[in-house]
Each structure stands twice: as structure tokens, then as C-alpha cells.
Design a protein around this ligand. Structure first.
Ligand SMILES: [Fe+2]
Length: 162
């Protein structure tokens, strides 16, 4: 699968989970926890494949500022996820933190899809995007087997190197 299609598909999947979470409202604390865990695992694995494969492959003089911004945004989201992992869903701050995390992700996704991805199409050709997609999908699936959210608290000191 083409790397950009893969990332977009994962963005959509997370956005659906966000909507589900919002619909749950303030009760249903075990469902909220379960959904948060699904979201945290997906975001963690998604950030990892971008940081390990995607960003390094697309970093050029032109895209460098955007990629630096992207990894800083990942860091901000990881810090909130790390806080949330330490909280119970009935904590009075859980919903507020979750909301800020979702807003950060939505902003980041919009910038990637509207600004970064069009630039990437000029940096990598179809064959390169396909090979990258295959590699990222394999890594994502492997990460998802081992509760990737547990890596997040170890990644909150500084942004991933690119
Ligand atoms: Fe990203």
C-alpha cells in the first residue's frame, strides 16, 4: 500500500474512534478506558512508523521545518497520552485532557494531509511510496501486537530525532 494512503487510512480510523469516544459521554467509565487504550495504542504505533520510516525518508531542505514541527506535535500528544495512562477515566480531568489530546491530533493530521503530503508527492515517486508503505504497514502490525502505548511514557523527554 502507498505510504500516504496508509497514513490517511490510519488517520481516519483514529478519527472514528475519537467520535465514538465523544459519544460515550461522561458515564461508561470502563468503555471510556477501553476506547482510550485502543486510541493510545494506535497513535503510538502510528507515531512510531512515521518517526522511524516516514519522516526520515521525506526530509529534504524544503520539508525539514515541517517535519521538525511534526515531531514536536507528536511529543505534545505523547505527553498528554502519558498523563492519561496514569489516570482513571472517572478522574475529573480525564475528559478535558482527552479533548485537548484529540484536538492536537486533529490539527496535526490536517497539517500533514494538507501541507506535508502534497510536498511528499514531489519528493518520492510512486515506487518509493509503495515500498515505504509496505515497510510501514509491516512495522505497524508488529508494534500493535505488543501494547505500543506502554512505550509512550518513555518518549516524553524530547521529540524523536529525524
Ligand atoms: Fe504524524
Amino acid at each position: 500500500m502507498n505510504a500516504l494512503d496508509l497514513l490517511k487510512e490510519q488517520h481516519e480510523e483514529v478519527s472514528k474512534l475519537f467520535k465514538k469516544f465523544e459519544k460515550l459521554g461522561d458515564g461508561a467509565s470502563s468503555e471510556r478506558r477501553e476506547l482510550f487504550i485502543m486510541i493510545a495504542d494506535r497513535l503510538s504505533a502510528h507515531a512510531s512508523i512515521e518517526e522511524l520510516y516516514f519522516y526520515p525518508s521525506i526530509k529534504t531542505e524544503k520539508s525539514e521545518d515541517m517535519v521538525r514541527e511534526a515531531v514536536e506535535e507528536h511529543l505534545a500528544v505523547k505527553r498528554i497520552i502519558a498523563d492519561l495512562l496514569d489516570m482513571e477515566p472517572d478522574d475529573e480531568n480525564f475528559s478535558a485532557k482527552m479533548k485537548v489530546m484529540m484536538e492536537n491530533v486533529e490539527h496535526h493530521v490536517e497539517e500533514e494531509e494538507k501541507e506535508l503530503f502534497p510536498m511528499v508527492r514531489k519528493i518520492l515517486n510512486d515506487d518509493q511510496l509503495l515500498a515505504l508503505g509496505v515497510q510501514m504497514k509491516a512495522e505497524f502490525d508488529e508494534l500493535m501486537e505488543a501494547e505500543p502505548r506502554n512505550e509512550v511514557p518513555m518518549q516524553t523527554d524530547e521529540a524523536a530525532p529525524i
